[in-house]
Design a protein around this ligand. Sequence first.
Ligand code: ATP
Length: 215
Amino acid sequence: MKQFIVIGLGRFGSSVAETLAENDYEVLAIDIDGERIQNIADTVTHAVEADATDEEALKTLGVRNFDVAIISIGDNIHANILCTLILKELNVPYVVVKAPDTLHGKVLTKVGADRVVYPERDMGVRIAHNLISSNVLDYIEFAPDYGVVEIIASSKMVGKSLAELGLRGKFDVNVMAVKRGQDIIIAPGANDKILEEDVLVVMGKNENLDKMKHF
Ligand code: ATP
């Protein structure tokens, strides 16, 4: 089972740490602030007060034995860079860093971050998509200009098979799954019919997804 280090226990870091722990993963939580460590100590496997820019401290904590590290130590780019560099040098295989903006993100990628996340920006985009179209339940960007939407089947879709709907031909989008109540139909086939209240999980270019939303 994967083992995680979560560095920086602001709202983001602590919610990552708590969710991993709730799902029974081993979590080492690190923060320079003793109070934050105390608050999470009962929830995670280990909680340690330490400076994440101190290489010796991280070495002593045995961070090299962990599979994934999530760094969320605020807007201090210097600390973010240093911590990323140290973890990669200590051979932590997968380092995820929370960045305030893409400029910081680019620097973090250059120094070895395996993934940079922008939770505030991404949540803003998701909420906006959700507000623009009443039939869109959720939107996730997975590459610039590409995303996945969860869309409630429109009346035009109900009763038709995917072949009859021809969404791929019309909009160049792909229906990856259909949620039907508690059931999920993964990779639905051309003959699968859409029923009332189905939720389609559709992947494609944003402009094509936008066109499809009005279908
Ligand atoms: P949020 O996730 O709440 O939106 P944030 O990640 O931008 O916010 P903070 O709330 O300031 O920022 O959380 C950053 C956390 O990182 C704080 O708990 C802080 O004590 C911790 N931190 C900052 N620098 C270090 C460091 N060098 N080593 C370890 N922890 C640090």
